[in-house]
Design a protein around this ligand. Structure first.
Ligand code: FES
Length: 391
């Protein structure tokens, strides 16, 4: 095309563009003065699958081993509950002592329960626990609770995971595996699960009888109880013993201390990283991480938080996460998983430095480059300025 012709074509396009606006304005003027329709089937389905929050009521409390309790939660009459995949969790919003905090609890029931309008979670109090102890002491039949939609990637996905899963858990870390075993037994999942379940002694095996019954009912599920006082800890040798020769995914769930020990036990297996899934529950204590900068010990830093057009200046101890410091000050920052995975708490660090344990480092490369942090797993190593909820 000659240059003249190209200039002519460009002019024609501009003329055509000029004619579009009057036509568009005429169409708008003819339109009905009502808001656009939002109740299309796709929108309604998306809302049902991913509700912003769910209002639940405690329908039943079941006493479990070692002081733990299961809470059966029902939807309000006539309301649906969001469906979930075995291994996912709900994040609860709790008002405790004047602060609003969130806590994540794995769904501990067959996925089919959601269709019947109910969920179950199992909570175990502990000596130094906070929210779990409060729930066990305060929730009774009739208590109302607010939870997120089901969240999390600690679940079997056919495209990503091997058809055989070797599960490793300790304490309450058994709850997502319990949901997986239920899903296998009811036939809604088609993988096989061998579960190495570490407990202190026989009396502290959470959901022990229920797991044994599931193993009897379902040949895809195999349970191996590992008792500290009889068998010792789950180590590399034990993992090798139960690791099948065929392709296998390793799912590990437990408290931070166990997860640290498991990293050392897993390394010699040489499994590709894509075959390992981790879920840490409970509080991450920076001081227990081997690479935490010891010079920060005992210090309290100043945290300046810019949130919702306001500026707050609060203290933040070196050993506590930035999220906990904000919650302690009553600020109600956003959060869900509290383990660095979901990105719900993602905020921009405008000034200062933080320590992030390698185990909880799930930020995207762009976030690392542009100074975004996950306050739930970030610990101050200097005074900080944080922008919460701003891009
Ligand atoms: S709450 Fe999920 S990443 Fe912080």
């Amino acid at each position: 095309m000659s240059e003249d012709l190209m200039r002519y074509a460009a002019r024609m396009d501009i003329r055509k563009m000029g004619a579009i606006m009057p036509r568009r304005m005429a169409h708008i003027a003819q339109g009905a003065p009502v808001p656009p329709k939002l109740d299309y089937a796709a929108n309604l389905t998306a809302k049902a699958l991913h509700p912003a929050c769910q209002k639940l009521t405690v329908a039943e409390v079941i006493e479990r081993e070692a002081g733990a309790k299961s809470f059966v939660l029902r939807a309000k009459e006539g309301c649906d509950l969001a469906r979930f995949r075995a291994g996912q969790f709900l994040s609860f919003s709790l008002e405790i002592g004047g602060s609003t905090v969130t806590r994540a609890y794995s769904l501990c029931c067959p996925p089919s329960w959601a269709k019947q309008g109910q969920y179950m979670i199992t909570v175990k109090p502990s000596e130094d626990g906070f929210a779990g102890n409060w729930i066990c002491a305060n929730w009774t039949v009739g208590t109302e609770a607010t939870a997120s939609a089901p969240l999390g990637e600690f679940s079997y996905t056919r495209l990503r995971d091997a058809r055989h899963i070797l599960g490793v858990c300790g304490g309450s870390g058994v709850t997502p595996f319990y949901a997986m075993a239920c899903a296998l037994a009811e036939g809604s999942e088609d993988f096989s699960l061998t579960l190495l379940y570490g407990s202190r002694d026989r009396e502290s095996i959470l959901l022990g009888a229920e797991l044994a019954a599931l193993e009897k009912r379902c040949e895809r599920f195999r349970l191996v109880n590992v008792l500290e006082d009889e068998d010792g800890y789950i180590d590399t040798e034990l993992l090798k013993k139960y690791l099948p020769e065929e392709d296998c995914s390793l799912f590990v769930c437990g408290p931070a201390a166990m997860m640290r020990a498991m990293e050392a036990a897993i390394a010699p297996l040489g499994l590709p990283e894509r075959r390992i899934r981790r879920k840490t529950y409970g509080v991450t204590e920076a001081a227990l991480e081997t690479d935490w900068p010891r010079e920060a010990a005992g210090k309290t830093f100043t945290l300046t938080v810019k949130m919702r057009d306001e500026v707050f200046t609060i203290p933040c101890a070196a050993g506590e996460s930035v999220l906990v410091a904000m919650e302690r000050a009553g600020l109600e920052p956003p959060s869900r998983c509290r383990s660095g995975e979901c990105g719900w708490c993602r905020s921009r660090l405008a000034a200062g430095t933080v320590y992030v344990p390698a185990r909880t480092e799930h930020r995207r490369k762009a976030d690392l480059a542009y100074g975004y942090i996950h306050p739930c797993c970030s610990f101050p190593t200097s005074d900080l300025t944080l922008c919460v909820g701003c891009e």
